[in-house]
Design a protein around this ligand. Structure first.
Ligand code: DUC
Ligand code: ZN
Ligand code: ZN
Length: 462
């Protein structure tokens, strides 16, 4: 029978294999992998390229209200288009309830914003900010049963952070219902103590953001989160891990049998706290939490990527305009680091950065690249085997990488709605020039083609 699409002549890479093979696709699904697969309505030539699973970015923020007149630069349309152009075919954004709002009502709001605007497939994580009996005992189990499999809790940010007893209750509820708990691990009291002191001393510049969120605050909170997970026997993901001391805590907990998945992000490989230092206020472009550290911690993060301590490499795309009253340089943000919104963009640049420094740089092989950027995300969040691999019966989500392409990252070439990239000037070797979403070619010659055709997964998904 004639196939809809044949990807021919490439080297197919999964988390466990590399082989020369063609891929035949019908009705959006992979139906055959091999040679001489018969006729197809369309053929994509992948000679000289590597054919990888479309990547999954399981940590992105889109259209998330950020308080105080601060607005995220990307909604679902620009954010997912940008993801697609960087080789990502599934994103997992967060749903943050407004104060007093139910999780279900918040989900309805986020779905309303995303409906018809998704260029990638998507599935939401739930942020739990009000662990009452109503949220924990009733809403959460029902939503998990409907397919929402992950909850994020914060140990920092006033108004968002949970106390240890609340985290324990959340972990109990998640474990009972079959969800995983993602933890933002930083000690809020340490941060507030240091930030108050910095403010009293007039140390208000963006660089003070990094000074007031030290490694110790992340290490302690990571240890505590892992202890709570150990006590409740709940599966946890420690997200956006920035440094070697937190990594040691994760490795130790794993050795004790704690069910922990660990995530890191490009900013901890490419940026350092020095990037926040500037004569003007441009350091605000790099303000994110946890902050970038120093070169020694960068090396510790690399070692943990190489040795398998990290399972997930996500962008933590959290886009704010730089030069805008609704972004980094809002009126109060120009006066103190405390009012610079936390988060940086990177949804399109995540994969080229790891490909260049990791694969081309000889630190990881392509199979590990696939594991870190696709397969492990699908496994962690219940999307496997439909997503995250190249296998018969899986969705035909593919990214065709051409390592001959050399491209200097310029924000002007990216597809997000920010006004800068923290990775401006980064010289990438290799780019996903063709991207396929459920059998449809959605990026051709590095440029998007066609409108939004993304779907929800798991929850309201097909
Ligand atoms: N946490 C995130 O996960 N993203 C951006 C900012 C933050 O604190
Ligand atoms: Zn976080
Ligand atoms: Zn985040």
């Amino acid at each position: 029978m004639k196939h809809d699409l044949l990807v021919r002549g490439g080297t197919v890479v999964t988390a466990s294999d590399i082989q020369e093979a063609d891929i035949a696709i019908r009705d959006g699904v992979i139906v055959q992998i091999g040679r001489d697969l018969g006729p197809a309505a369309r053929i994509v030539d992948a000679q000289g390229c590597h054919v990888l699973p479309g990547a999954i970015d399981s940590h992105v923020h889109l259209a998330q209200p950020s308080g105080d007149g601060i607005v995220m630069a990307d909604g679902f349309a620009s954010g997912t288009l940008s993801a697609l152009c960087g080789g990502t075919t599934t994103v997992m954004p967060f749903c943050l309830p407004a104060p007093g709002q139910s999780l279900r009502a918040a989900l309805a709001d986020y779905h309303a914003l995303a409906d018809g605007n998704l260029h990638t497939d998507a599935s939401f994580h739930l942020i739990l900010n009000d662990p009452t009996e109503a949220q924990l005992g009733q809403e959460l189990p029902a939503l998990i049963a409907e397919g929402y499999r992950s909850i994020k809790v914060f140990m920092t940010y006033e108004g968002l952070r949970l106390r240890d007893d609340q985290i324990l209750a959340t972990m109990d509820a998640a474990r009972a219902a079959g969800a995983v708990v993602m933890v933002h691990a930083e000690n809020e009291d340490v941060i507030r103590h240091l930030a108050d002191r910095a403010e009293r001393m007039g140390d208000l510049v963006p660089a003070a953001h990094a000074r007031t969120r030290p490694v110790a605050a992340e290490r302690e909170a990571t240890h505590r989160a892992l202890t709570l997970a150990e006590v409740t026997d709940a599966p946890v993901v420690i997200v956006h891990v920035s440094n070697g001391e937190a990594i040691e805590e994760i490795a130790r907990a794993r050795a004790r049998g704690v069910n922990v998945t660990a995530e890191t992000c490009p900013q901890y490989l490419v940026l350092t706290a020095r990037d926040l230092e500037s004569m003007d206020w441009s350091g605000a472009k790099y303000v994110c939490s946890p902050p970038p550290r120093d070169e020694a911690h960068q090396q510790a993060v690399w070692r943990a990527i190489e040795t398998g301590v990290f399972d997930l490499f996500s962008s933590d795309h959290c886009p704010f305009l730089y030069d805008s009253p609704t972004g980094k340089l809002n009126r109060r943000g120009r006066q103190s680091f405390r009012h610079v919104p936390n988060g940086i963009p990177g949804i399109e640049t995540r994969l080229p950065i790891l490909w260049t420094l990791g694969v081309m740089g000889g630190r990881i092989d392509m199979m590990r690249f696939v594991a870190l950027t696709a397969t492990n995300h699908a496994r962690t969040y219940g999307l496997y085997p439909r997503k995250g691999s190249i296998a018969i019966g899986a969705d035909a989500d593919l990214a065709i990488w051409d390592s001959r392409i050399r491209r200097t990252i310029r924000h002007a070439d990216l597809h997000d709605a920010c006004d800068y990239s923290p990775y401006e000037g980064f010289r990438a070797q290799g780019w996903p020039m063709t991207v396929i979403l459920r059998g449809a070619v959605v990026v051709e010659d590095g440029q998007p083609v066609g409108g939004p055709r993304g779907r929800y997964l798991g929850d309201r998904g097909a």
